[in-house]
Design a protein around this ligand. Structure first.
Ligand code: NDP
Length: 341
């Protein structure tokens, strides 16, 4: 199958690219610079003939994807992962988070409609951020599913960077479903909605100092910052990046996936549990981890004082299997050691 993968230099997208190539799909990647394209191509010497490149410096620019979507042979699937995932606002929440997420999604869909009528499925990387209702707080007993939507408004999203990110994912996904309803294009949409994504980084892309946002806590638990990091919470559901990548590929390979949201969630976690695994499997980092564990209410992963997530649909429709937190953390730490941790 001929596939377009946007934001291919990202943490999750690099794993998606691995799988697409393993399944012998022909992939056009969009990246911001030729340097990033070269790193990705060099990492796959046996499959380099399956990759071609479109440089898209800013997904927010009008018509950003128009050239990328024009291809012979034509595309059958588009995987849109590119979207800002960070909390450092240098201009404004609109310019740094909301606009690229929302306009980027609209730009992809409009370009598919206009230039790639052969596309059957557009897979969009959405998020648990589009599902969770922060107003419900810890919500003991609540089990989030694909039916739940974050009620955040754009005004609320402008309050701070964290709400800005959640708003950007919620409104980007809403934009996609609204496009489908209003424009009635030839393609269907599938969204993949992961909570915090942990898992190994690619040594040819990642640097320890600028590690992707969702792995920052694992990097920090390996350092003298561990004690502080363990106390910080903020998010309590996780999934491994390899399950997230598999979901993106199955989303267009399996016709029964069409039109669905998939909440890909492995289960609950806490920073304390990550630290426990690090201490057990990598004793060389134990010196940074406090002897005493946090009191029980400090780690809801081990109590029922907190919401959970339901992954039934992803198991039944996509056939996903979820690996354990220990396997994920062990593989992540190994990959961080490779880049200097
Ligand atoms: P990364 O930061 O590693 O990837 C983000 C990608 O988007 C990068 O390729 C980045 O390019 C690209 N990008 C961002 N802004 C722009 C822009 N304005 N123009 C062009 N390209 C842009 O993060 P992840 O891999 O974690 O995120 C990938 C997707 O997964 C995002 O949609 C994110 O919201 C979603 N997600 C991630 C979760 C997680 O925990 N990791 C959880 C839920 C959803 P460059 O490399 O050049 O910066």
């Amino acid at each position: 199958t001929r596939v377009l993968l946007t934001g291919a230099s990202g943490f999750i997208a690099a794993h998606i690219l691995d799988l697409l190539l393993a399944h012998n799909h022909s992939v056009r990647i969009t990246v911001r610079s030729q340097q990033k394209a070269d790193a990705l191509i060099s990492a796959h010497p046996d499959k380099a003939h399956l990759i071609d490149v479109a440089i898209v410096p800013d997904i927010n620019a009008p018509g950003a994807f128009d050239a990328a979507l024009q291809s012979h042979p034509p595309f059958e699937a588009v995987l849109h992962t590119a979207s800002p995932f960070h909390f450092n606002i240098t201009r404004s929440i609109d310019e740094d988070l909301l606009n690229p997420a929302i306009n980027g999604t609209r730009n992809v869909l409009a370009a598919v409609k206009q230039y790639a009528p052969s596309v059957k499925t557009v897979v969009i990387t959405s998020s648990f951020a589009s599902i969770v209702d922060a107003g419900l707080g810890l919500a003991p007993g609540k089990v989030y599913t694909e039916k739940d939507w974050n009620p955040i408004t754009l005004e609320q999203a402008r309050e701070n960077a964290s709400l800005g990110y959640r708003g950007s994912k919620t409104w980007a996904e809403k934009t996609a479903w609204e496009f489908l309803e209003k424009e009635k294009p030839n393609f269907n949409i599938v969204t993949v909605n992961p909570p915090l994504v942990l898992g190994p980084v690619k040594p040819y892309l990642a640097k320890l100092e600028t590690i992707n946002t969702s792995n920052e806590r694992i990097r920090d638990i390996l350092t003298p910052k561990a004690a502080e990091t363990i106390k910080n919470t903020g998010t309590y559901l996780w999934v491994d990046v390899r399950e997230v990548a598999a979901a993106h590929v199955l989303a267009f390979e399996k016709p029964e996936a069409a039109g669905n949201r998939f909440f890909v969630v492995a289960g609950r976690f806490s920073n304390q549990l990550i630290a426990d695994i690090v201490k057990k499997d990598f004793p060389e980092y134990a010196v940074n981890i406090p002897e005493e564990r946090l009191p029980l209410d400090g780690y809801p992963a081990e109590s029922d004082a907190f919401y959970n997530g339901d992954n039934t649909k992803s198991r039944e429709v996509l056939g996903l299997h979820y690996r354990s937190l220990e396997e994920s953390i062990v593989d992540t730490v190994k990959s961080l050691k490779e880049i200097g941790a």
